[in-house]
Design a protein around this ligand. Structure first.
Ligand SMILES: C[S@@+](CC[C@H](N)C(=O)[O-])C[C@H]1O[C@@H](n2cnc3c(N)ncnc32)[C@H](O)[C@@H]1O
Length: 344
């Protein structure tokens, strides 16, 4: 992997940066307050919090060892106010228990991939560079994109392309992927770009950028189990917030935003059946929504930072401890991954 030491700031422009800081800052005003940045990336959001909120400390989590290394260099000057942890963010409960030892005042999630990951030509995230079909955010573990392409059957591939990539021609692309591997196994991203291009009707190819974009997004989400991890992580994040603590989540895919919306809405709603004269204390909401619906980036930000075009930001504040019967629980994804769908 190429590695220029001090360019982290230039490689990734954080989305809705000031809005995130403004939402989190009131919860971080007491000395020693802790923010968990679940998606440290290049450390852009964390740096802004550490600069603007002198009382705050940050624990930064990332599953990508390269992101941990770069952000750690960038944030070295903050000394022990910053601590980096290599982990998957659904382990937030364990990380906080180990590093903080009690509830925290803020949690930030800025989902998806960083510009660094897209730009690193050898990681296979980008349809613009020929590379091994890897796409793992943590390249030390788990299945690669090539493994998915070489082992999933046509039905499973179609589902992934349709649900995660919103690919209109999911079945055609899936069929072409399976047909191609009958000759030789999948290895390189340029071959995938070519096969996707060939599978999509010529008349629709002129609009919407590179036709392989949706396939690459779908594979990345599958390879990294992004939605399953998020399903576990959002309730876990709510769980470790102190009363008065705040959670801010930036999603870039409608399925991500749906997960976040559901968990926050459940915590902000009375759980008693309607019509009771007095709502019991235990059925009162334990979250207060800080955003009306999902916030989007301004036209100006969208123009200067294309990554911001699809962002949906939601935030909530913990208003009281969660009664045991209302602990935010992990619900399985709408369409759980079925290992039986794989062919070996
Ligand atoms: C959009 S970037 C974050 C950028 C960051 N906010 C900044 O300002 O530089 C997302 C980061 O989250 C990491 N990531 C994505 N899913 C993760 C997961 N489940 N656990 C831990 N890190 C994850 C990625 O490796 C990537 O570095």
């Amino acid at each position: 992997m190429t590695s220029a030491p001090d360019d982290a700031a230039e490689r990734h422009v954080p989305v809705l940066l000031q809005r995130c800081v403004d939402l989190l800052a009131p919860a971080l005003a007491e000395p020693g307050a802790v923010l968990v940045d679940c998606t440290l990336g290049m450390g852009g959001h964390t740096e802004a919090v550490l600069e603007q909120v002198p009382t705050a400390r940050v624990v930064g989590i990332d599953r990508d060892p390269e992101a941990i290394a770069r952000a750690s260099r960038r944030l070295e000057r903050f000394g022990d106010r910053f601590r980096a942890v290599h982990a998957v963010y659904d382990d937030i409960g364990e990380v906080v228990a180990d590093v903080v030892g009690g509830p925290v005042q803020g949690v930030l999630m800025d989902l998806g991939v960083s510009s660094l990951q897209i730009d690193e030509a050898d990681r296979g995230f980008s349809y613009a560079h020929d590379a091994p079909l890897d796409m793992r955010m943590d390249p030390t573990t788990g299945r690669t994109a090539a493994d998915v392409l070489n082992t999933y059957d046509e039905r499973a591939l179609t589902r992934i392309l349709r649900d995660y990539g919103e690919e209109r021609f999911a079945q055609r692309v899936a069929r072409a992927i399976v047909r191609r591997r009958e000759q030789r196994p999948w290895e390189r991203s340029a071959e995938l770009v070519e096969v996707v291009r060939g599978a999509i009707p010529a008349a629709t190819r002129t609009t919407g950028g590179n036709p392989a974009k949706r396939t690459f997004q779908a594979l990345r989400i599958e390879v990294n189990g992004e939605l399953e991890v998020l399903e576990r992580a959002v309730p876990a994040a709510v769980d470790i917030l102190a009363v008065g603590g705040r959670l801010v989540v930036e999603s870039y895919h409608s399925l991500e935003d749906r997960i976040v919306k559901r968990v926050l809405a459940a915590g902000a709603t009375i759980s008693a059946p309607p019509g009771l004269p007095v709502v019991p204390e235990e059925d009162q909401p334990y979250l207060r929504l800080l955003t009306r619906g999902a916030e989007e980036a301004s036209a100006v930000e969208r123009e200067t930072n294309p990554r911001s075009a699809s962002v949906r930001l939601r935030a909530a504040e913990r208003t009281r401890p969660t009664p045991p019967h209302r602990r935010p629980t992990h619900r399985p994804t709408d369409r759980p991954h079925d290992p039986g769908e794989r062919t070996r």
